[in-house]
Design a protein around this ligand. Structure first.
Ligand SMILES: Cc1cc2nc3c(=O)[nH]c(=O)nc-3n(C[C@H](O)[C@H](O)[C@H](O)COP(=O)(O)OP(=O)(O)OC[C@H]3O[C@@H](n4cnc5c(N)ncnc54)[C@H](O)[C@@H]3O)c2cc1C
Length: 460
């Protein structure tokens, strides 16, 4: 009897989407076996800065748990630490420019990340993960082929030839591109699908916040792990934090506890075109970018305790490669702060999406504004959905498997892309005095209704 040939799946990109897919395909080996190869353009795991805090909704954690083997799940708390009871509030809050809470939807609290995976989707429970450590945890036992930048592919009836910048070529049955927003595969497969500039600019920084400053922040705006403050003139801030002290090395006794936080400042891009502005920001000089953010905060926000706290937080943004002995700096690699445009990709903005041997997951298919923190959640959900669809793979029906995945992915992700875009556009629209009263009232009423709804659901 002729032995069945094991089909090959090639994954491009070792980010959260690509790595989760790898684990899931291997985990399902008993049901359907694939030879899985994963290629990454970076030259090694420590090549590049791996990011700040990222938000994870309960549905994302659930998909992640379904995809990874138990050995990796055991290590997950290193990247997504369990909640600190009575200290952290694992949810998001929207606050006004003074820090007063406008909306803090009721979240079902949980004791560990395994429990959050069980929480129904209608609950807005979420947590904050350390992206750099998540990458490390997911890399375990994955034979990534480093230094391999994909530049394109050729699809034939028999399979796909994948081309790399170093001149090499690989053959596979299914090509999955998980290479993020600038995906070369998307540009080739669907050239008409454009990256959309939402009209917002943002600056992000990793900071180590001393306890006295964190205490002031919590006093003013509460202990939600994801906190937004809405300004009056189209500017807003996003802070993602964990109230877990940064580990210090044993020989070092810091005078004060510090915490990891990610701070982000968003504003309408058109404000950068102000000809009357005296200060010219230089994106190649992080000190100038930090000064620019502080100038904007001073210009766009009234003086108050929240404004002072924001200015102090931006003082902490590293302006040069941190000194090796700087124990307060908790991130492995340094990424100079820069202004960036908020961009997204709406996969349903084109007339038709043709399913073939080449498919896309994560940001490659549907990059979204970071304001709702749903990018990683969707990438991981894609990985689960694709690995499930591929369980039915056969050389005859591969198209229906990919189509099943594409349909599911497009439906879910498009909603999140468009919601994230809508929220971003709303936030960069200046409201004026009366608009402010209306906006804040709407948010407060919505908050009240969400609480009533949650109460009813819990009682019934
Ligand atoms: C370095 C980095 C830091 C980030 N930091 C944050 C953050 O702090 N907060 C946040 O909310 N989101 C952050 N994001 C985005 C967030 O992680 C993603 O939205 C989300 O996880 C989607 O994951 P993904 O796997 O689809 O794509 P990504 O996370 O973008 O991963 C794509 C991977 O593909 C690799 N790659 C790209 N092009 C090629 C190529 N041509 N050939 C081979 N490999 C390629 C990249 O190096 C990367 O490792 C970051 C993304 C990156 C790449």
């Amino acid at each position: 009897m002729q032995q069945e040939v094991v089909p090959t799946v090639i994954i491009i990109g070792a980010g959260p989407g690509g790595l989760t897919l790898y684990h899931s395909l291997i985990k399902n080996k008993d049901k359907k076996e694939f030879s899985v190869k994963i290629f990454e353009r970076e030259t090694g795991p420590k090549d590049r800065w791996q990011g700040y805090h990222i938000g994870f909704a309960s549905r994302g954690i659930r998909s992640l748990m379904n995809c990874i083997p138990s050995s990796i799940a055991l290590n997950l708390p290193k990247a997504i630490p369990n909640p600190v009871p009575d200290v952290e509030y694992h949810g998001a809050s929207i606050n006004d420019h003074e820090g007063n809470v406008l909306m803090r939807p009721p979240f079902k609290q949980f004791k560990d990340i395994y429990e959050i995976a069980e929480i129904p989707d209608r609950s807005l429970s979420m947590t904050v993960a350390y992206r750099d450590r998540l990458r490390d945890v997911l890399l375990e036992n994955v034979p990534v082929q480093w230094g391999k930048r994909c530049i394109g592919y050729e699809e034939t009836k028999e399979g796909v030839y994948v081309n790399f910048e170093d001149g090499s070529q690989e053959f596979c049955d299914i090509l999955v591109d998980a290479s993020g927003v600038n995906s070369p595969v998307r540009k080739q497969k669907i050239p008409e699908l454009q990256i959309n500039d939402i009209g917002a600019t943002y600056v992000n920084a990793n900071v180590a916040v001393p306890k006295h400053l964190m205490d002031r922040l919590i006093k003013v705006s509460g202990n939600s792990l994801i906190q937004k403050t809405l300004g009056l003139n189209g500017d807003s801030t996003l802070i993602a934090l964990r109230l877990i002290p940064i580990e210090q090395n044993q020989n070092y006794n810091p005078d004060e506890i510090h915490y990891r936080a990610t701070i982000g400042y968003f504003y309408p891009s058109e404000l950068d075109n102000d000809e009357n502005e005296n200060f010219k920001v230089d994106d190649n000089n992080p000190a100038s970018v930090a000064e620019h953010v502080k100038n904007m905060i001073r210009k766009l926000r009234p003086k108050c305790e929240m404004t002072d706290i924001l200015l102090e937080l931006w003082n902490l943004a590293p302006k040069a490669v941190p000194n090796k002995s700087d124990n307060y700096y908790p991130f492995k690699t340094y990424n100079p702060i820069q202004r960036r445009k908020v961009r997204d990709v709406n996969p349903l903005s084109i007339n038709s999406w043709k399913s073939s041997r080449v498919t896309l997951i994560g940001d490659a298919a549907h990059a979204m504004s970071p304001l709702l923190a749903l990018g990683t959640t969707n990438a991981v959900q894609d990985a689960e959905a694709l690995s499930q669809a591929l369980l039915n793979y056969s050389p005859e029906n591969y198209i229906s498997c990919i189509k099943e995945f594409d349909d599911k992915m497009l439906k879910r992700a498009t909603v999140d892309v468009l919601n994230s875009r809508k929220v971003t556009i709303k936030q960069i629209t200046p409201v004026g005095y009366f608009g402010l009263i209306i906006r804040n009232s709407i948010l407060r009423v919505t908050n009240f209704l969400m609480k009533v709804n949650d109460f009813i659901i819990n009682v019934m």
